[in-house]
Each structure stands twice: as structure tokens, then as C-alpha cells.
Design a binder for this molecule. Structure first.
Ligand code: C2E
Ligand code: MG
Ligand code: MG
Length: 820
């Protein structure tokens, strides 16, 4: 593990640089000051190994620290350190031999050490890690190095090796070999140098610094070696001269390379800043490296040219062949570069077209997304069924209109709240599909009545709202309302049915006086309720008093709750007589409300509100209990009237309760009544709106013995088909049919048809609302089974009913005398 050094690691590098600078200054000074050659040799021989060992130590430490990072890096620096070590040993041996023998030793053990330095250094440099290169890059690198090497060999041979061989003929072959080994070693160093120059940095640029210092050291060594060989050839070399300083500089640079390597390793986490100039120098060298082969080509060419004036140590043919070889290598390199460029171009084009494609896809996606977004926005603001704006959009537009009308007083906007009167009946009797179609068509008709600047929205259910923009006076609003009425009144032909509907419309004529859209809608709704209360198929303009009506509706709801708690509800009983015998067969239980301030209220005054609020359920349960309890008491008190039963009206809502059958049977059991004593009156709507479920409930109740009657028969929109599928015991012919008797012949004929149809289906008939003798005798003449009406008796309270029971028992009653 590397030791932790205090302070920034770069400081060691600067210290080393400072040391080298001081040393070189002293070295130079000593060289100049020492005039005695012998003294200079002694100084040089002593100082060289010292410097060598210092550099060697730095390199070994660098190697030890590098191995922690990667084995290969450690070994590489180890080899470089070894090369420095053998060089140091060479210098030491040389010094011992020279100082001891007093003459330059050649050949000697020193040469062995010196020559060993080359392979170690090359191995070290080759092992330095490098970023993996592509095949093309590798080939180019080999070619570049090849060109330089061939050219270098050419230069070396002609200027160093050739002359050496020629001049050393007096040396033995062994000695010649050793002499030649040095320039060859320099070629090896050149290889190592090229290797460093063409090396691809494996990480950031600063990792280049150690390698480049090494390269600088190698370059100096090569130059110094060349000069040495030249001087040796000329016999001018003297130990202890300036050339020795150059070698020492080279050694010092190797040591500095080791120190910079340590610096890089220790600062791997924080970026090390080597001197800016050093780094920019490295960058410059890197940018000019691709041109090296050309420089060497030119150099080789110059040699070829000079060979005509100065004889070279090579035949002209070999020289030409070598230069030709270099040219071929350069051309090959060029061809590879070109083809690489082509490939790059193709890749670039492919990438460009891919990018274009991706861009296009992205644009398509954006367009699609926008469309989806628009669809989503549209969906969130429109009613899925009719496609009309929904409540949210309507309120938004209304809000804007309010603001607009406040600013521009010459404009006014009105809101119409439209409710289709018969929608519930149609929906219940003909099914949701027809109901939906009706709403769609009604929406379309309303849309057609208006200008494009007006808004028709569906608020939910059968409720629509219309925003009339730019309506100057009230009469134009009323005209639109009339137009809407007329449009909706035309028959709707849907799925083979011809439907007639009307609408109730509530109008707010000027929205400018409102703060919030919700408030406008609320008031238009109140006005619409008023239109409904006044008999439907009409419009009402909102005025402030209506709010109190609406408020009273709310109040009524609250009062119904209180009435339930205080037991303010009562049952009245209207007798139902057999037509033939005039005997009492049943009582219809009819609810009344003994209101603390308003007196006795009829069901028409509160049942619709009870139904809307859901309070109908507890009310009807109470009715069922009360009616059964009363009948049981009467059965006990008047044993001869055991056959008299009680009719109880059942709303759609109660009938649809999942535990309806159970609660009916429980009530009967509680009061110990036979199921046959109870007749449930149900309207046609119940049967059609949920055919399957209704049929199941009917069948079960009938099997248990409870009688089931269809109330207000003929008043709904139902087809007659259902009659044959339901186990119905009797149908109560609606008062509207009875009313027709005497007015036209058709009236009684229709009843005759109903009676005979019922008989065919095994059902009995009860006529409702008999008010005149004529009606009674006509009904008797068509053999209607039972009758009920004011002519026979009005609904009676408990005491009055009991009086009749006492007076008549099961004797025939006197018409018109029952309730008198
Ligand atoms: P409905 O079941 O058709 O009951 C008959 C209604 O016609 C009663 O009105 C009765 O007073 C009235 N009526 C009977 N004979 C004549 C007549 O000769 N001439 C005229 N003009 N009217 C006659 P009422 O008591 O006002 O009840 C109205 C409706 O309220 C009932 O119609 C029934 O649908 C509903 N209702 C009454 N009590 C209950 C109840 O406990 N539960 C439920 N769900 N509905 C009830
Ligand atoms: Mg009834
Ligand atoms: Mg009825």
C-alpha cells in the first residue's frame, strides 16, 4: 500500500523538478570550473552512479505503488526501474574500472550492463497499459512505427553503423559486435520512443506525463548516443564532458518520470495539475505525431538525393529500394486512412439517417401524443353519450360569459335548464337503450334550434343546460324556449317506437348579476322544478321567490324525517268491492301525513320528495307493517270478514331492495297473517326496467301466496307482452280509462278489451276512480271484477273504516252510502 503523504501529491513532483534544476546548475558549473580533465573524469564517474541510483530508487517506488493499481502497470514500471538499475551498475562498473585502471575500459563488464539496459527498457515501455485500439488504428500504428524504423535504420546504417563497421576493421569481431550493439540498442530505444508517442492514453491526459518524461529521456539518450558514436568514430570523445551531462539529464528525467507516476497514482481521486506548459507540450506532440512518417520519408529522400554527391554505406539500389519501401508503407497507410474515412463516412451517414429516423419518429410521437391529449381533454369536457359539452365545460363557459357580460353591458347571457318530463317512465318501461337514444336525439334537436355561439350541455340524466350568448331582450329568450318546446314535442321515432315527450325548462334571463356559474345553474334548476310543479311541459323564469320554494323543499325533506320519528303518518283505507255482489273484498292502504301546521297532507304532496331523498323506504316499511297490523286486528274483531285483504302500494325503489321478499314475509309472520291476505300494488315500470330480476321476485312471492296487482294499468309506456310472463293476480285499470266512460263509446270498449284479455290470462280486473253511476253500471256490464272509487267510498280513516265493517260485515254494501 502506498504511504499517505501529507499535502498535495503534486508537491513532490515540484520538489523533484527543483532538485533537478539545482543539480543541473551545479553540474554545469562544476563542469565549467574543473579545468583539469582528470578531475572532471573523477567527478563524472562518481556523480553518474549516484544520480543513477537515485532515479532507480524513484522508479522502484513508482513500480511498487503502481502494482496496487494494476499488476501490468507495476511490472512495466518494474522493468523500467530494472533498466535504470543495470544502467547504474554499468556506470558503477565503468567508474571502478576507469578510476582503477586509469583508462576507458573497452570491452568490459560495464558494456554488458549498458547493453542489458535496452531490452529491459523496451519491455517496460511495451508493457505500459494502453486503451484498446481498433484494428485499423493498430495497423496504422504498426505502419507508422514501421516507416519511422525503416527510415531510421537507413539513417543509422549510412551515418553510424556503416562508418563504424568500416572504421573498426582493426577490432576483433567480438569488439566490433559490442560497438555495433550500441547503435542497434538506440534503434531499440527509438522503437520504445515511438511506442510511447503512439500510445493511446488509457485514461485522462495527465497519465501521459510520466510516459512523456520517459520519452524525453529516451530521446535525449538516443541523441547523446548518436553523438557519442560519432565522437568515438572521430576519436574526439572524452569522458567527463558535456555529453556526460546529457546522459545525466536523461537519467534524471527517467527518475522524474517515476516521481510523476507516483504523483498520478496518489492523486487518482483528485485531478492532478501538472505544469500547464508540460501538458500543452504533450498535446502538441500528440497532434504532430501523424506527420512523423512524412518527415522521415522526406529525410530518407534527402539521403537518396545526397547519395549521388556523397558516397553512402549502401548501394544505390538498396537505398532506392528502402526509400521505395518507405513510400509504399506511407501509401499503404494513406489507403487505410482513406478507406477508414470512407467507413467513417458511411457510419456517419448511417448515424445521420438513424438520427433523422429517430427524429421523425419522435415528431410522429409528439403529434400522436398531442392528438391523444386533445382527445383526453375533449373526453374530459364532453359527455360520452351525446357528445355534447359536459357540466365542467358548461360551467367554465358560463363563468367566462358572466365576466364578459359584466364588462360589456350591451350584452346579456341567459341560461336554460331543460329536463325531459317523461324520461324516467320511458327509460324504465322501454329500457336504457331507448332512453339513451332519446337523450341523444333530444340533444341534437336542441342543438339544431340554436346558433353556433350558444352552448348545449348535458349535465347528467335527462338534464340539459343551454347557454344563450348575446341575448339582448327577454322576448328572444322566450322565443328560444318556445322553439325548444316545439322541437321536442315532435314525436321521436326510436327502434320502432313513436315517443312523445315534453320538457320543463327553467330560465335565468341575465347572468351578469351572478358571481359564480354554479349559482346561475342552481337558480335555473329551481325555476325548472317550478315548471315541473306547475304541471310540466312549460318554462318558468327564475325569480327570487323561487329560492324560498326550493328552500321549502329542503325543509319538507327535513320535516318528513321528523314525521317518521314522531309517527305523524297515518293510513287511510279505501274499500274495494266486488262488482257483482257489492261485497267488500279489500282495503287499499293509502298514506296520509298529519302535518303539525299544514293539516292532513295527501301523498302527492310529499311522496315524490320522499322518493328522491330515499326516505320512501322507511315510510313504506312502516306502511306495510301498519296495514298488516290493522288487518290482523280487524280479522280478529270481525271473524266473518276473514276473507277481506289489504292492498299496499309498493314503490319501484322498495321492490328493488335485495331483501324485499324476506321483509314482506317477516312482516306477515310478525302479524300472523296469511300471505293471501296481502295484495301488493306495483306499477308496470317495475316490471320492464328490470325484467329478469322482477320476474324472479314475482314468481317467489306468488309461490309464497302473496297477491300481486298491476297498479295504474295502461298509464305507462309499456308493451302488453310482459303480462303473460308474470304471475299477476289482478290488474288495476287506470282512472284515465274509467274517466272516458260516457264521454265516447271507445272508452268502455277499451275497458271491455282489457277485461277480456285479463280473463284470458287468468287475471282479475279492478277499476280505479269510479265516480259516477254510469261508470259503475258500464263496468258491471263488461264484467269487470272489482271496483274502487269515490262513488263507492272515499279513503277512510281507521275509525270510519271500522264503522263500515261493523255496519255491513260481509253483506253487500249500499253504493254511495259506505262513507256517508
Ligand atoms: P293509487 O295507488 O292509484 O291510489 C289511488 C288514488 O286515487 C288515491 O289517491 C285515491 O284517493 C285516489 N282515488 C280513488 N278513487 C278516486 C276517485 O273516484 N276519484 C279520484 N279523483 N281519485 C280517486 P291518493 O290517496 O292521493 O294516492 C295517490 C297515489 O299515491 C296512489 O295512487 C299511490 O300511487 C300513491 N300512494 C299512496 N299511498 C302510498 C304508499 O303507502 N306507498 C306508495 N308507494 N305510494 C302510495
Ligand atoms: Mg294503488
Ligand atoms: Mg292507482
Amino acid at each position: 500500500m502506498p504511504k499517505v503523504v501529507r499535502g498535495h501529491p503534486i508537491h513532490i513532483f515540484y520538489l523533484a523538478v527543483l532538485f533537478i534544476a539545482i543539480f543541473l546548475a551545479i553540474d554545469l558549473a562544476v563542469n565549467l570550473l574543473l579545468t583539469d580533465e582528470q578531475q572532471r573524469i573523477v567527478y563524472s564517474d562518481v556523480i553518474a552512479p549516484v544520480i543513477d541510483f537515485l532515479a532507480c530508487a524513484a522508479l522502484f517506488i513508482a513500480a511498487r505503488q503502481s502494482i496496487v493499481k494494476s499488476r501490468r502497470l507495476g511490472i512495466a514500471w518494474g522493468m523500467i526501474a530494472l533498466s535504470a538499475l543495470v544502467f547504474a551498475l554499468g556506470d558503477m562498473t565503468w567508474a571502478i574500472l576507469e578510476l582503477g585502471l586509469r583508462e576507458p575500459p573497452f570491452p568490459s563488464l560495464a558494456d554488458v550492463f549498458y547493453l542489458l539496459n535496452y531490452p529491459f527498457l523496451l519491455t517496460g515501455v511495451l508493457l505500459l497499459p494502453e486503451k484498446p485500439a481498433t484494428r485499423g488504428e493498430q495497423i496504422k500504428k504498426v505502419l507508422d512505427a514501421g516507416i519511422v524504423m525503416v527510415a531510421a535504420i537507413l539513417v543509422f546504417w549510412n551515418f553510424l553503423l556503416g562508418p563504424l563497421v568500416a572504421s573498426n576493421v582493426e577490432y576483433s569481431l567480438f569488439e566490433q559486435g559490442i560497438l555495433l550493439a550500441y547503435p542497434v540498442g538506440d534503434l531499440v530505444l527509438l522503437w520504445a520512443l515511438l511506442r510511447i508517442i503512439y500510445k493511446r492514453a488509457d485514461q485522462q491526459g495527465e497519465n501521459d506525463v510520466p510516459a512523456f518524461l520517459l520519452a524525453a529521456s529516451i530521446a535525449i539518450t538516443i541523441v547523446a548516443d548518436c553523438i557519442y558514436t560519432y565522437q568515438a568514430l572521430a576519436g574526439t570523445y572524452a569522458s567527463g564532458g558535456l555529453l556526460d551531462i546529457a546522459w545525466r539529464v536523461s537519467v534524471l528525467l527517467t527518475g522524474l518520470a517515476g516521481i510523476s507516476q507516483m504523483t498520478v497514482l496518489r492523486s487518482s481521486r483528485s485531478a492532478t495539475r501538472f505544469p500547464g506548459r508540460l501538458e500543452s507540450l504533450i498535446r502538441t506532440v500528440r497532434t504532430i505525431t501523424p506527420y512523423f512518417p512524412y518527415v522521415w520519408l522526406i529525410a530518407a529522400y534527402i539521403i537518396l538525393m545526397r547519395s549521388s554527391t556523397y558516397p553512402m554505406h549502401m548501394s544505390f539500389l538498396s537505398l532506392s529500394l528502402s526509400v521505395g519501401g518507405i513510400i509504399a508503407l506511407v501509401l499503404l497507410r494513406q489507403v487505410i486512412t482513406l478507406s477508414e474515412n470512407d467507413i467513417l463516412n458511411i457510419e456517419l451517414q448511417a448515424q445521420t439517417s438513424q438520427l433523422e429516423k429517430a427524429n421523425q419518429e419522435m415528431q410522429n410521437e409528439i403529434v400522436e401524443r398531442k392528438a391523444v391529449e386533445q382527445q383526453l381533454t375533449h373526453d374530459s369536457l364532453h359527455d360520452a353519450m351525446t357528445g355534447l359539452p359536459n357540466r365542467v365545460l358548461f360551467l367554465d363557459r358560463l363563468g367566462q360569459s358572466i365576466e364578459y357580460c359584466k364588462r360589456r353591458t350591451e350584452f346579456a347571457c341567459a341560461v336554460l335548464f331543460v329536463d325531459v318530463d317523461q324520461f324516467k317512465v320511458i327509460n324504465d318501461s322501454l329500457g336504457h337503450l331507448i332512453g339513451d337514444q332519446l337523450l341523444i336525439s333530444a340533444g341534437r334537436r336542441m342543438r339544431d334550434c340554436l346558433r353556433s355561439s350558444d352552448t348545449v350541455a348535458r349535465l347528467g340524466g335527462d338534464e340539459f343546460a343551454i347557454l344563450l350568448e348575446v341575448t339582448r331582450n327577454q322576448s328572444s329568450i322566450l322565443k328560444v324556449a318556445e322553439k325548444l318546446h316545439e322541437a321536442l314535442r315532435l314525436p321521436f321515432k326510436l327502434d320502432g317506437h313513436e315517443l312523445h315527450v315534453t320538457a320543463s325548462i327553467g330560465i335565468v334571463t341575465n347572468v351578469a348579476g351572478y358571481g359564480q356559474a354554479q349559482e346561475v345553474l342552481r337558480d335555473a334548476d329551481i325555476a325548472m322544478y317550478q315548471a315541473k310543479a306547475k304541471g310540466k311541459a312549460r318554462f318558468e323564469i327564475f325569480d327570487i321567490n323561487m329560492r324560498s320554494h326550493a328552500f321549502s323543499r329542503l325543509q319538507l325533506e327535513q320535516e318528513i324525517r321528523t314525521a317518521l320519528e314522531n309517527r305523524d303518518f297515518k293510513l287511510y283505507y279505501q274499500p274495494i268491492l266486488a262488482m257483482k255482489s257489492n261485497q267488500l273484498v279489500s282495503f287499499e292502504a293509502l298514506i296520509r301525513w298529519a302535518h303539525p301546521t299544514r293539516g292532513l297532507l295527501l301523498p302527492g304532496e310529499f311522496l315524490s320528495i320522499a322518493e328522491e331523498s330515499g326516505l320512501i323506504l322507511p315510510i313504506e316499511k312502516w306502511v306495510l307493517h301498519e296495514a298488516c297490523a290493522q288487518l290482523k286486528k280487524w280479522h280478529e274483531r270481525y271473524p266473518s270478514l276473514r276473507n277481506v285483504s289489504v292492498n299496499v302500494n309498493i314503490s319501484n325503489r322498495l321492490f328493488s331492495q335485495p331483501n324485499f321478499i324476506e321483509s314482506v314475509m317477516n312482516t306477515l309472520r310478525t302479524h300472523d297473517l296469511q300471505p293471501e291476505a296481502l295484495r301488493l300494488e306495483i306499477t308496470e315500470n317495475v316490471l320492464i326496467s328490470n325484467y329478469v330480476a322482477a320476474n324472479e321476485v314475482f314468481t317467489k312471492l306468488r309461490t309464497l301466496g302473496v297477491q300481486l296487482e298491476i297498479d295504474d294499468f295502461g298509464s305507462g309506456y309499456s308493451a302488453l307482452g310482459y303480462l303473460q310472463h308474470f304471475p299477476i293476480s289482478a290488474i288495476k285499470i287506470d282512472k284515465s280509462f274509467v274517466d272516458e266512460i260516457g264521454k265516447s263509446r271507445k272508452g268502455i270498449e277499451l275497458i271491455r278489451a282489457i277485461v277480456s284479455m285479463a280473463r284470458e290470462l287468468g287475471m282479475e280486473t279492478i277499476a280505479e276512480g269510479i265516480e259516477t253511476g254510469e261508470q259503475l253500471s258500464e263496468l258491471q256490464s263488461v264484467s269487470c271484477n272489482f271496483g274502487q272509487g269515490f262513488l263507492l267510498s272515499k279513503p277512510l280513516d281507521q275509525e270510519s273504516a271500522e264503522k263500515i265493517l261493523e255496519r255491513y260485515g260481509n253483506q253487500p254494501v249500499e253504493i254511495n252510502r259506505l262513507d256517508s
